[in-house]
Design a binder for this molecule. Structure first.
Ligand code: FES
Length: 112
């Protein structure tokens, strides 16, 4: 099943929610599952950093949106827990965020 959103609702540097996906634009449109693998924050409320990674709004974990893998573990208090960063990177190698294709259809983006 596909979903759509007006492309103008996803300007470069933004992320928004479409059904179960966080849909963003880091120069290219992307769609990834919107629940952070750490504690389940809604990644549609996240942000995009200078490297084009999706940053979790709760504890700052960063995801590569192409692979769905965490490239930086949870920050703040969690960053001081030995092995947590490596553990989540490994977890998301095995269980990356789901990804969907985003294509342009007229003035809309279609996610499927
Ligand atoms: S819930 Fe995403 S980093 Fe903690």
């Amino acid at each position: 099943m596909s979903s759509s959103i007006p492309a103008q609702d996803v300007p470069e540097g933004s992320v928004t929610g479409v059904d179960s996906y966080a849909v963003g634009n880091n120069g290219e449109y992307f769609a990834v599952g919107r629940r952070c693998r750490h504690l389940g924050a809604d990644l549609a409320d996240g942000s995009i950093d200078d490297d084009g990674c999706l940053v979790c709004p709760w504890h700052g974990a960063k995801y590569d949106v192409k692979s769905g893998q965490m490239v930086l573990g949870p920050q703040g208090f969690f960053a001081r827990i030995p092995g947590l960063d490596a553990g989540f990177k490994l977890l998301t190698k095995v269980l990356p965020l789901k990804r969907a294709d985003v294509r342009r259809a007229g003035s809309d983006l279609v996610i499927d």
